[in-house]
Each structure stands twice: as C-alpha cells, then as structure tokens.
Design a protein around this ligand. Structure first.
Ligand code: HEC
Length: 152
C-alpha cells in the first residue's frame, strides 16, 4: 500500500516531464526550417556583436565569403554553390529573411567559427573581428529584412 502511493506520484512526474520535453524543442506546429544547434551554450548565444555592420565590415567579409563560403552557400547565399551541388548538401537560403530571423549574432558567430555537421569550421583562419564581419555579411544577404531581425 505504501509502495503503491509512492509509485503513482512518480509516474505522474515522469508523465509531466515527457510531455514537457517535445514542446520545449518545437513549440510551433511546423518543424523548424533550420537545424537545431544544441551544442551552442547560452553564453555563446547571448554574446553581443561588437562589430557594426558598416560597408567596411561587409567589404572585409566579402573577401572571406568568396574564399571560404561561396562554394557552398552560393554568391548570394541561396545555398546553391558548386561544392554544395557536388556534395549533395541541402543548405538553407540566406536571401530569405526568415532563415536567420531566430538566430542571434552570437549563434551565427559560433556556427561560423566551429562549423556544424557538413560545414567546416572557420577556426583560426579568420581573426575574431573578421568572424563578426562574416556574421554581418550573412545577415546582409537577406532580401527585404523583417523589422524584428534588425539590431540583435
Ligand atoms: C562545405 C560546404 C560549406 C562551406 C564551405 C560553408 N558552409 Fe556554412 N553551412 C553548410 C551546411 C551544410 C550547413 C548546414 C549545417 C547543418 O547541417 O546544420 C551550413 C550552415 C551554415 C550556417 C547556419 C545556418 C542556420 O542553420 O541557421 C551559417 C550561418 C553558415 N553556414 C555560414 C557560413 C559561412 C560564413 C561560411 C564561410 C566562412 C560557410 N558557412 C562555409 C555548408 C558549408
């Protein structure tokens, strides 16, 4: 009898946990368009971008984009670069403002620096400031930027 009364609340708790988990991962009805980068720490996600998105910053980034990114992400960021085709990669479209709207600059910085799955890390190839330039550049590829994506 005492054992039974303990088991019931425990089961109830388990049930609560199980039902809360999937809701946390994806609250909307549609699955997320971009992949989940669970390895990115809250700290990295919240890191503010110290580099303003000026024409100078974008010009610096353009150099690296052409060298290290364009072959996969495409010149205009549509995700249809030559290497992407060769490797049969499915890559998100940066010209669509919805693609990066839920990403913080800190997250994008982390992804560029550390890579993810089929995307190679930029690592020490670029200086920290240039890594932020690339964040600005990737954001600048969005056409008709939504209001919400400005300045975060
Ligand atoms: C070998 C091809 C390749 C190269 C080179 C490459 N990427 Fe990627 N990139 C990918 C793939 C594939 C993904 C999706 C990764 C995944 O599966 O989550 C990706 C994802 C990203 C994302 C995250 C998109 C999202 O889901 O929000 C960003 C930002 C990004 N790349 C920027 C860059 C930048 C900047 C460069 C150059 C410094 C670069 N990439 C170079 C293939 C590449």
């Amino acid at each position: 009898m005492t054992r039974f009364t303990l088991v019931l609340p425990a089961l109830f708790l388990l049930f609560l946990l199980a039902s809360a988990l999937p809701a946390q991962q994806n609250s909307g009805a549609t699955p997320p368009k971009t992949s989940i980068y669970s390895a990115i720490s809250v700290e990295a996600t919240r890191q503010p971008n110290p580099v303003k998105s000026t024409p100078e910053s974008l010009a610096r980034a353009k150099k690296w984009w052409t060298l290290d990114c364009e072959m996969c992400h495409g010149k205009d960021g549509n995700g249809k670069g030559e290497t992407a085709k060769d490797m049969k990669l499915t890559i998100v479209d940066f010209s669509d403002p919805a693609t990066l709207k839920d990403r913080t600059d800190g997250e994008i910085f982390y992804i560029i620096k550390n890579g993810h799955e089929d995307m190679p890390p930029e690592g020490q190839r670029v200086k920290t400031e240039e890594n932020w330039d690339l964040v600005n550049f990737v954001r600048s590829l969005a056409k008709n930027k939504p209001e919400a994506a400005q300045g975060n």
